[in-house]
Design a protein around this ligand. Structure first.
Ligand SMILES: O=C(O)CCC(=O)C(=O)O
Length: 240
């Protein structure tokens, strides 16, 4: 079935993400001081909303990444939505080790080709190790904002002029380790009956799920146990 991305929903969220009342973006990125109206250009409709590599990373490697992630300084990632209900509850750490990149990076670029997106992408950001426990969640959001990175952002200057185009999540935990914590993507038009889907497989340990950064997604609350994930983004020049 051909699926279409809901640009209107995307637009609403991008507006939301510009609003400084909503606190910093992931990674401590400050929002624009002035909320502004933005327009949008429907640059792409994708027929493959995600690309999955099932059980790509073996269990010992998942354990090694978890062990490394837990050894790093953890920061609490909380975003507040306009209704003042917490939008995000996770702790995160930033991973920069080459051996972790090597486990996923080439597959993310491969997904960009195999899924037929062929986005112009050039640089992967630091990887985000996430810990979801005891109600840990991340409500609906986009990874892409409506502008490119610049000196206002807490990113290396190498990312200035670029924006996020491809997102991914590596499932580090075994499905039996937690309940809830589903990664869900929103697809289609508001008139479609079933717009929320989970990539298949999406909970299998070591599975890499790759999707365009403009696709709305969420992680539902973890009700028992702990879910670990490794998330990242590949950036490229503005859409054209
Ligand atoms: O933990 C995940 O699988 C996804 C997290 C996420 O959506 C994000 O950090 O943007």
């Amino acid at each position: 079935m051909e699926r279409m991305h809901d640009i209107q929903t995307c637009l609403r969220s991008i507006r939301h993400s510009f609003n400084p009342r909503h606190g910093p973006l992931p990674g401590g990125v400050e929002r624009d001081p002035e909320p502004r109206r933005i327009g949008y250009l429907p640059v792409v409709i994708v027929t493959e909303p995600w690309w999955v590599f099932p059980a790509l990373v073996d269990a010992p490697m998942c354990d090694r990444i978890i062990e490394h992630g837990l050894s790093l300084d953890q920061e609490s990632a909380r975003l507040r939505a306009s209704n003042e209900v917490d939008k995000r509850k996770t702790s995160i750490a930033w991973v920069r080790e080459d051996w972790v990149y090597e486990a996923v990076e080439s597959y993310v670029y491969k997904a960009n080709k195999d899924a037929g997106w062929n986005f112009e992408i050039e640089r992967m950001q630091s990887l985000q190790f996430g810990v979801y426990t005891d109600g840990g969640k991340y409500d609906w959001h986009f990874d892409m904002t409506g502008r490119t990175y610049d000196e206002r952002d807490a990113v290396s200057p190498a990312f200035h002029g670029l924006l996020r185009k491809v997102s991914f999540s590596l499932q580090l935990s075994a499905p039996s380790d937690y309940e809830g914590g589903a990664l869900e993507l929103e697809l289609g038009l508001p008139s479609d009956a079933n717009r929320v889907e989970q990539p298949d497989p999406s909970r299998e340990r070591g599975t890499l799920i790759v999707f365009p950064s403009f696709v709305p997604h969420r992680v539902t609350p973890v009700t028992t146990g702990t879910r670990y994930s490794l998330v990242g983004w590949v950036c490229g020049k503005p859409w054209r």
